[in-house]
Write a new protein. Structure first.
Lengths: 250, 348, 72
């Protein structure tokens, strides 16, 4: 029998259970990240996890690695500092869309410009979940949140364009497509420059249930029906997930 | 031993390199830009020009955790941006040095003029309670010396240490003897060599956040305060010029203290170099004099702090706008004398 | 013909009763009864529950084959 729990060596099991709501997708990403670490057999003495603030920010504390839980939005510059101070370390940033693209958006812009070799895994749940469900930079146009009861009027941030503009690694995936999720993280860890994995994940308690989903499963099924894998894209269209080719966008 | 004619900002760089600095991140700002510039091309130091001061301080926190001695340099506006992460560095117990070359504020103010407006910001800038160690030298030679002190205090206390300067001291040229002072090395293993969790949340032993136990938080605060106070005792730097004929003690620090030397015949002079935590000897010294006057380039930021130590009213001579004029100072000092012991301060 | 069977272990300390695994289970082997996740004996070791559990609370701990009598 194949051991499917080998990823647990990257987890501090005594810190479990996670503090997240029932049905939250963060745990799936946490698990897949450990799984990807295991597949690449990363050296635990040479891997560092950095996270920001928010629900996703708590993920760093569950890794059986040295981990840093930074101030809101500042995971990327801290990861850059760690990487540049010690180039032998694998530095992985795990944080949410509000943290990385909202308050920390400027740092992402400049880190991708500098192409610092760090791996960024973005928990993109289209909401500020920890504070109760406010509109976030990735909320879709028309999304109903507690701060946009009439529907969000702004366009969501086009993070793919931002990352691709600097010719960095960009992959989009969801928490439903587990194999794909793991593959994206593995490829991102292998990439020699800055790699950004945009993981669309469910927040049922503060987002999903307000926009008509019954539970976490319902949202996962929605991802299954909405997103199709496209492995040969230069740029992913809406409703597509995949790993984009690096070095094609001028 | 070689002697060099150095600008204040350059002296900081020379000292930092000799104190073992390994990583510098900064963002250009008048009047601290020369520090970033001076680092360019120095092979022993990794230099990063970041997109803003927030990124700078977070990058050096990261680099410090990764095992290097780190520093950033800025001025008032950038220092304000850094405040949140200074609190984070105290909470995560990260040694680093922040140089703040003060300029006239608030806001953009007068960028090329010196001021002492960041005294409270250095002590109380971040939210929550912490106890920072702050040095404020008054000459290029002292900037050189106390850059070593700042690095050593940071390493010993595992906390961010602030080195204050101002547009005046950082921009004058003086001869500096390039002495090598003893340095303190890092004892904590760098990132990767443990299974620790560094977090800004209340925590216990770098393992797991504990966010609902008041006792854990109280113990953490006690620990953070005590270690900084204990370490600061080793860096008890101040200058006291007693005067048997004087009945008044004149306190000043930084650039303005250089003007105070002119009045040493009429006043006893006290100049703290480690301005926070406040020098405890000050209480005893102040007791020898009938009255105490403090002279600052702000509206009295250090006065309240001094009053809380000497337990008596402290008169204020305030010089704002970046101007140091001996006649103006003398007029203000004599105006205080003239009014006797009334609780009136001379602010402009 | 041998039929693949499995057995799951539920860690009730981690389980948050989010109701994801019962709906992923193709044999309706899992169910939330009175606020507690329970497993029956219909597991076929497809690993869906283990893979999709966000809380690492459920694991397939045993896989074995049973001979089923040929029918029809």
């Amino acid at each position: 029998m194949e051991d499917t729990t080998r990823f647990k060596r990257f987890l501090k099991e005594k810190n479990l259970p996670t503090p997240w709501c029932p049905g939250c997708g963060n745990g799936i990403i946490l698990k897949s990240t450990c799984d990807a670490f295991d597949e690449l057999n990363l050296d635990t003495d040479k891997t560092v996890v950095v996270s920001g603030i928010g629900c996703s920010g708590r993920s760093a504390g569950f890794f059986n690695l040295d981990s840093v839980h930074t101030a809101h939005g500042r995971a990327i510059p801290m990861a850059e500092g760690i990487k540049i101070a010690n180039e032998n370390l694998h530095v992985v940033v795990l944080s949410g869309d509000g943290d990385l693209l909202g308050i920390g958006g400027n740092h992402l812009l400049h880190a991708s410009r500098r192409n610092t070799p760090i791996t960024i895994i973005c928990f993109s749940n289209e909401i500020y979940g920890m504070t109760g469900g406010q509109v976030s930079p990735t909320s879709k146009q028309g999304a109903k949140t507690i701060t946009t009861p009439d529907g969000c009027k702004d366009t969501p941030i086009n993070v793919q364009a931002l990352i691709k503009a600097h010719n960095c690694f960009y992959a989009r995936t969801t928490t439903f497509h587990l194999k794909h999720l793991k593959k994206c993280i593995v490829e991102a860890l292998r990439h020699p420059g800055l790699a950004f994995v945009d993981v669309i994940c469910q927040c049922i308690v503060n987002n999903g249930r307000r926009i008509g989903f019954k539970d976490g499963y319902d949202m996962l099924m929605h991802y299954k029906n909405t997103y199709k894998i496209n492995e040969n894209a230069d740029l992913l269209k809406e409703g597509e997930i995949g790993i984009t080719k690096v070095g094609v966008v001028k | 031993m070689s002697k060099l004619l150095l600008q204040g900002n350059q002296a900081i760089v020379y000292a930092a390199e000799r104190a073992g600095l390994g990583f510098f991140a900064g963002y250009p700002i008048t009047p601290a830009s020369e520090i970033l510039l001076e680092f360019v091309g120095r092979k022993r130091v990794k230099v990063l020009q970041m997109e803003d001061e927030i990124a700078s301080i977070n990058a050096i926190i990261g680099a410090s955790l990764a095992g290097r001695k780190t520093m950033t340099a800025t001025s008032g506006p950038g220092f304000s941006l850094m405040q949140e992460s200074i609190g984070l560095a105290h909470m995560m117990e990260v040694p680093l040095v922040i140089v703040n070359v003060q300029r006239v504020g608030p806001s953009t103010g007068m960028p090329t003029f010196p001021a002492q407006g960041d005294i409270m910001q250095s002590r109380f800038g971040s939210h929550g309670d912490y106890c920072p160690i702050v040095f404020y030298p008054n000459s290029v030679e002292e900037l050189y010396q106390h850059t070593f002190s700042a690095f050593n205090a940071a390493e010993e206390s595992l906390s961010p240490v602030i080195l204050l300067s101002d547009g005046f001291i950082s921009h004058i040229y003086e001869t500096v003897e390039l002495k090598t002072y003893p340095t303190v090395d890092r004892t904590r293993p760098p990132l990767g060599m443990g299974r620790r969790h560094f977090t800004g949340l209340t925590h216990k032993d770098n393992t797991k956040p504990v966010t609902s136990d008041p006792e854990v938080h109280r113990a953490l605060l006690r620990h953070l305060k005590k270690k900084c106070e204990d370490v600061s005792e080793k860096y008890n730097f101040y200058e006291y010029i007693g005067n048997d004929t004087a009945d008044t003690l004149l306190i000043s620090y930084g650039a303005l203290s250089r003007a105070a030397y002119k009045f040493r015949d009429k006043y006893a002079l006290f100049r703290p170099i480690r301005i926070f935590p406040i020098i405890k000897d000050l209480k005893e010294i102040a007791e020898q004099y009938e009255s105490v006057i403090i002279m600052e380039m702000n509206l009295g930021q250090y006065r309240n702090q001094v009053e809380s130590v000497v337990h008596k009213h402290v008169e204020l001579v305030s010089l704002t706008g970046g101007k140091i004029d001996l006649k103006e100072i003398w007029d203000k000092l004599t105006a205080i004398k003239g009014r006797g012991r009334k609780r009136v301060s001379v602010a402009d | 013909m041998p039929q693949r069977k499995g057995e799951v272990a539920i860690n009730h300390r981690y389980c948050k009763r989010c109701n994801i695994c019962p709906q992923f289970c193709p044999t309706n082997n899992l169910e939330i009864v009175k606020g507690k996740l329970v497993a029956y004996d219909r597991c076929i070791a497809c690993f869906n529950c283990e893979r999709y559990c966000p809380d690492m609370a459920i694991e397939v701990v045993k896989i074995y084959n049973v001979e089923t009598p040929a029918t029809g």
